[in-house]
Ligand binder design. Structure first.
Ligand SMILES: *Cc1c(COP(=O)(O)O)cnc(C)c1O
Length: 347
């Protein structure tokens, strides 16, 4: 494929996913240019150029945003703002105390029957509310030797029946690396029934779902589940729907998780539209997460009683199978905790 440079919102679809991945937008000026922002709106944005966890977004995701709209729900998820610098009580760097569930390099074993492997720290998009934005990935990227140790660990824990690949984004690595890891997990873990990938790439860079990865997935003997991460119906455009359909044809069970975010999806209309758009793409809503209290994300927080009320209203508007579970990740709990009326009235 010939090199296309620079990428724009009208030519990126002709570039390979690998090129799209190396030409990510990391400059706010470029982003505002692509979105045709007028001077007044640009000036109203209160600049913040974080040194760590910089702006990072693929053209394919920006293409789904409205032009010249600083309140676009997709833009809000990725645009750094001055609010990130505010120190807010209760918002921590490791809100889930994950460090205490890190038995060996690259492994989080918090829930009994399932382990999570952090395949890579890299991700094509930097979501401003990311709960692992302060995570020490350098200490947690498994090498080939580490993968052997992980295999031994899983086989020594007979209660483990599912392996999750997360990160970062496990689809951020090359097909060669990912498929060789999947093959090892598929062939050498007799007690494991399911391999699950947690990824945002079908949404932010749908071209990532290429023929090679689909062919590799079809060769697996174990069941594969993919949990995509969509927060708003506008994220599910034709390209993402096509990627989802291709994954389903390869035998993948598709689920979605959403984070409830102030200014992005904190209305019953937005949540209802999301459930319907997901179903149109063949994806079932799985979790609606209450925001993890990570430092720098306080401005996205939806108060718990509001979250419960929204979920209750959603229950009235969608079929049972289109209602995600409203959950909260609490440190040291053996499962994701359902959030319900009792919790808010008694705690
Ligand atoms: C969320 C999570 C899982 C998966 O939990 P499910 O409820 O099965 O989706 C596994 N391990 C860790 C560390 C997690 O945070």
């Amino acid at each position: 494929m010939h090199k296309i440079y620079p990428l724009t919102l009208s030519n990126y679809q002709h570039a390979s996913w690998q090129t799209q991945m190396t030409e990510l937008i990391t400059d706010v000026e470029v982003l505002f240019e692509l979105l045709a922002f007028d001077e007044a709106t640009k000036n109203a944005w209160q600049a913040h150029f974080p040194k760590r966890f910089m702006l990072r977004v693929p053209h394919a995701f920006v293409a789904k945003m409205a032009k010249n709209d600083i309140n676009d729900p997709l833009l809000r998820q990725i645009l750094p703002t001055y609010q990130e610098r505010l120190m807010v009580t209760g918002f921590l760097e490791d809100p889930l105390a994950e460090k205490t569930h890190n038995p060996l390099k690259g492994v989080l074993h918090k829930y009994k029957n399932r382990v999570l492997i952090t395949v890579t720290g890299a991700c094509a998009v930097h979501c401003r509310y990311c709960f692992r934005q302060h995570f020490d990935y350098n200490a947690n990227l498994p090498t080939t030797a580490d993968v052997e140790a992980i295999i031994d660990y899983i086989n020594a824990h007979a209660e483990i029946d599912e392996v999750l690949l997360s990160g970062g984004d496990p689809l951020n690595v090359s097909n060669r690396r990912l498929l060789s890891l999947l093959k090892i997990l598929d062939e050498r873990l007799p007690k494991v029934r399911t391999i699950r990938l947690h990824t945002r790439l079908p949404v932010v860079l749908p071209a990532r779902i290429d023929e090679k990865i689909l062919a590799g997935i079809k060769r697996l003997n174990k069941r594969m589940v993919m949990v995509i991460h969509t927060n708003h119906a506008n994220e599910l455009d034709q390209d993402t729907i096509k990627a989802c359909r291709a994954l389903q044809s390869a035998g993948v069970v598709l689920l979605n998780q959403t984070v409830l975010l102030k200014g992005v999806n904190d209305s019953v209309e937005a949540l209802q539209a999301l459930s319907h758009a997901l179903f149109d793409a063949g994806v079932l809503p799985y979790y609606l997460h209450v925001l993890d209290k990570v430092a720098g994300a306080a401005h996205f927080d939806v108060p718990m009683p509001v979250a419960v009320a929204l979920h209750w209203q959603l229950r009235e508007r969608v079929s049972g199978y289109l209602l995600p579970q409203l959950v909260q990740e609490l440190p040291n709990r053996a499962f994701k905790t359902p959030v319900d009326l009792y919790q808010t009235s008694f705690s």
